[in-house]
Design a binder for this molecule. Structure first.
Ligand SMILES: Cc1ncc(COP(=O)(O)O)c(C=O)c1O
Length: 427
């Protein structure tokens, strides 16, 4: 055993080594002993087109044979990467330019740098800090981990936490006062945000970052009126909005982007995961024309925009992403997700009445069953693995986010395993 495994307890994993995944096909993965599992959370909410997508393999092989690598530094760029950029900005609401990276974390790092650079270019250098929410997950870099609102991502790492202002998560179910309506809870969260900004001085705050719907924090869907109320506060104080679309982007919540599903009007958007269906490591930050035009004079004065990574805008990634966009368009993504999402909802609905189940929720193909307690969810997860299905367990939450290539029968199979696993635990 020679890996330091990410997001594992090293002591536990030494005693119980990780399951060796040896192969994959469609929505299934196969372990080294030949057992097959459905991954009902698309691995890390990312393999939208499954584990051996032939068209992506072909696109990758063709591009490898044509141009296996080139960069976008100093006056050159792969032609294909420019083509992808045009396709992306045409698709992403309000966006005009994209900047590429290789992981979601890197996209968030870049977004955090860009908002500061933008304000510096505008002569407002004091606008440095970024507001993020409890329970958010934004990645594992220095700033992206600091923006993450989960303590286990902070302890021991000496992150730049003083650059982050923290505000409450939009978890109506757990955090609302007794008798408080969803709309009133959203208003309260917005008032808390407003108070935080006034207390800390808006002139020191560059941006607010949020996932349109929270993923790793426990599949938290925004309550009624939440994003409208938050955006009203942000625009009143001239604070930029970064939509972290790394899970929500490309269909997961029903529309092409979570910003469209939930009514966000972001200044910047981060995407990864489903950009390439995760078969190639690629991410991007998209920005409105005002952000690009705003930062341009400073970069021009310096003589260069001094930020970039060797593998950013990789032509093989661009070929895969273009093929993904073709596939998503052929699927008629929102209609496809609506059809399969309805099937997930139908499977979840009867479980709501089960003792021990606090809530079921679903938007598009992002869904959750929330138990009263974390051990219940843990036990449900184990029962499901024994029945050949992986869910993701997050505290008391069983997260569900199947690949888009599922058939309706496969969704029914996943939901039947969930129901059987719940029954086995609450019995
Ligand atoms: C919303 C969000 N932002 C950022 C990231 C970080 O992406 P990566 O793991 O590719 O660095 C993730 C990963 O799950 C995520 O869910």
């Amino acid at each position: 055993m020679a890996q330091l495994y990410p997001f594992n307890d090293p002591v536990t994993v030494e005693q119980t080594p990780p399951l060796q995944i040896a192969g994959g096909d469609g929505i299934h993965v196969r372990d080294a002993e030949g057992r097959s599992y459905i991954d009902a959370v698309s691995a890390l909410w990312c393999t939208s087109l499954g584990f051996a997508p032939e068209r992506l393999t072909q696109a990758m092989a063709d591009q490898m044979a044509t141009l296996a690598y080139y960069h976008s530094f100093m006056g050159r760029t792969p032609a294909l990467t420019d083509r992808l950029s045009a396709r992306l900005v045409a698709r992403m609401p309000g966006m005009a330019r994209v900047f590429y990276g290789t992981s979601g974390s890197e996209a968030v790092e870049t977004a955090a740098k860009i908002v500061r650079y933008y304000w510096a270019a505008k002569g407002q250098d004091a606008r440095q800090r970024i507001i993020a929410r409890d329970g958010a997950y934004h990645g594992s870099g220095q700033m992206s981990a600091a923006l993450t609102g989960l303590d286990y991502c902070h302890t021991g790492f000496s992150l730049p936490l003083s650059a982050v202002l923290r505000t409450g998560r939009p978890h109506y179910l757990r955090d609302a006062e007794p008798g408080e309506s969803e709309a009133a809870f959203s208003r309260r969260r917005a008032q808390e945000l407003d108070a935080l900004i006034r207390r800390e001085d808006p002139g020191t705050i560059a941006a607010f970052i949020g996932e349109p719907a929270m993923g790793a924090g426990g599949v938290i869907l925004p309550p009624d009126g939440y994003w409208d109320a938050v955006q009203e506060v942000l625009s009143r104080h001239g604070i930029l909005l970064i939509a972290d679309e790394i899970i929500c982007g490309f269909g997961r919540t029903g529309q092409w982007f979570g910003s469209e599903t939930f009514g966000l009007r972001p200044d910047l958007m981060t995407v990864a995961k489903q950009l390439t269906a995760s078969v190639f490591p690629m991410s991007a930050v998209a920005m409105r024309a005002e952000i690009y035009e705003g930062l341009k004079p400073l970069a021009h004065a310096v003589g260069t925009f001094g930020h970039g990574v060797t593998y950013g805008g990789h032509p093989v990634g661009a070929a895969v992403a273009l093929e993904c966009l073709d596939i998503y368009e052929e699927m008629d993504l929102p209609a496809h997700i609506a059809r399969l999402g309805a099937r997930i909802e139908a499977g979840l609905a009867p479980l709501k009445q089960t003792p021990g189940v606090l809530d079921v929720r679903c938007r598009g193909m992002l869904a959750a069953l929330e138990c009263d307690t974390a051990p219940q969810a843990q036990a449900i997860g184990q029962e499901a693995v024994a029945r050949g299905v992986f869910f993701r367990i997050i505290g008391p939450v069983v997260a569900i986010a199947p690949p888009y290539i599922c058939t309706e029968d496969e969704i029914d199979q996943i939901m039947a395993v969930l129901a059987a696993s719940v029954a086995a635990v609450v019995r």
